[in-house]
Design a protein around this ligand. Structure first.
Ligand code: ADP
Length: 421
């Protein structure tokens, strides 16, 4: 699947490069050609217009710099179509020149090639009253004046430029195809990795759902085997089913949160929140639960702590951490929540006196479905998704979450959240 996308992406990259190359190549060639011929054309135009008939003679009005341009020939065409060179008078070139101007169109610059030489031609009809010219052949009527310029050097330079552009294009195309493929491959890496993660996520989720479903199915089948039993007699199986359904509900809700977070569908509603209030509320909820498990829960808050946050999500984050602290701390144990300001950040820690987390597992605890002790996590109703959700909440607030083990034993989760007033 990725191979096809990769091919398409490299083809698209190459086409974009190609279009840019062709565009710039054409612009450069066009501009240079225009600049070359523009100068020649200007000289030809001025030179043609410089000649008029005065008292039967064709004379230049002024001897400006165009007059001296040796590459430009001036010819005249009479009313019978006969052509004669005027300036410079050169009978040797006459044959070529005649062929050239045979089909010249009035007022149009044209480029023609004869016998490996290229010429630019301009034919301007003669508009003045005094148009009788005395020549060796007798008087003739001047119909038009024609300028012909040799443009071999311009054509040669343009040909060289074209060769450079075309070879640049060929070399560029090879580089572009290789670079396009390389760039496409590079841009595919994050897509591929997120696709693989997503695949893994779906596979893990299905796997996690299979166990509770199997438990529900087997318990229900066992109940069906004894249709005469009372609910009381089957209470253990019914309890098993309810427990597994509860676990599935929790799992599905966590999966939904993560799937929505991946799709950026969950909005974080920031508002001014008192962290003291949130922490104290949670502590109130959790103290009886902790006591039931033979644990004590303490809160240490240095001052009034306020921050811009989503209150619900902050609450959810602390519930996840405290829930874990209770799950993974055997009695008798102590849990501690602290909150303090550090510069422009608020630092909240949740620590316990439990078994801590093996050092090699520390970098993986925030991964989806990661569970250090699978049996214990499952027994305590864990899904392996709590810390992934905690990490997502912290990231959505522009903060960081980390975990380490205390020297005295037990895990310590630290959250750094920007206050952002
Ligand atoms: P679970 O539902 O399994 O608790 P979590 O994502 O919340 O999933 O946690 C991932 C794993 O991190 C747990 O399975 C456990 O091994 C480890 N863990 C989390 N919190 C603690 C803690 N306070 N003490 C020790 N281990 C912990």
């Amino acid at each position: 699947m990725f191979k096809r996308t990769l091919r398409r992406l490299s083809a698209m990259n190459s086409i974009v490069f190609l279009l840019i190359f062709v565009f710039f190549g054409t612009v450069i060639y066009g501009y240079v050609a225009y600049r070359f011929f523009d100068k020649v054309d200007e000289s030809m135009f001025l030179k043609v217009n410089n000649f008029t008939v005065v008292n039967g003679k064709m004379v230049p009005q002024s001897r400006n710099r165009f007059f001296f341009d040796p590459r430009i020939f001036i010819l005249i065409r009479d009313d019978k179509g006969q052509v004669s060179t005027i300036f410079p008078h050169d009978e040797d070139d006459m044959e070529n020149l005649l062929e050239l101007i045979a089909y010249a169109l009035p007022y149009q610059f044209e480029t023609r090639t004869i016998e490996n030489h290229s010429y630019r031609i301009l034919d301007i009809p003669y508009r003045y009253q005094d148009n009788i010219l005395h020549t060796e052949r007798g008087p003739i009527v001047v119909k038009s004046i024609i300028a012909v310029s040799i443009v071999d050097s311009e054509i040669a330079a343009l040909r060289d430029l074209l060769i450079i552009i075309v070879s640049g294009f060929v070399i560029g195309m090879i580089i572009i195809i290789i670079a396009g493929y390389y760039l496409a491959r590079r841009s595919m890496i994050p897509i591929q990795s997120s696709w693989e993660k997503q695949q893994q996520f779906v596979a893990d989720a299905s796997h996690e759902l299979r166990t509770p479903l199997a438990v529900v199915k087997s318990n229900a089948e066992l109940i069906l085997r004894h249709p005469d039993h009372t609910v009381e007699e089957e209470s253990i199986r019914v309890t098993n089913i309810i427990r597994e359904v509860r676990r599935m509900t929790k799992l599905v809700s966590s999966l939904l949160t993560l799937a929505r977070s991946d799709a950026n569908q969950i909005e974080i509603k920031l508002g001014l929140v008192s962290a003291n209030e949130v922490i104290e509320n949670i502590a109130e909820q959790f103290i009886p639960l902790a006591e039931m498990e033979g644990l004590t829960l303490q809160v240490e808050l240095s001052e009034q702590l306020e921050l811009m946050a989503d209150k619900e999500r902050l609450h959810q984050l602390l519930v996840i951490l405290l829930d874990n602290a209770i799950k993974y701390t055997p009695p008798p144990g102590q849990l501690l929540i602290t909150g303090a300001k550090q510069g422009s950040n608020l630092v909240i820690t949740v620590e316990d006196s439990g078994q801590g987390i093996p050092t090699e597992d520390l970098p993986r605890v925030f991964d989806r479905f990661y569970r250090g002790d699978k049996a214990r996590s499952r027994e305590k109703g864990g899904t392996g998704l709590g810390l992934s959700i905690a990490k997502w909440i912290v990231q959505q607030h522009g903060g960081k979450i980390g975990v380490d083990n205390k020297a005295s034993g037990g895990a310590r989760f630290s959250i750094v959240l920007p206050v952002k007033k």
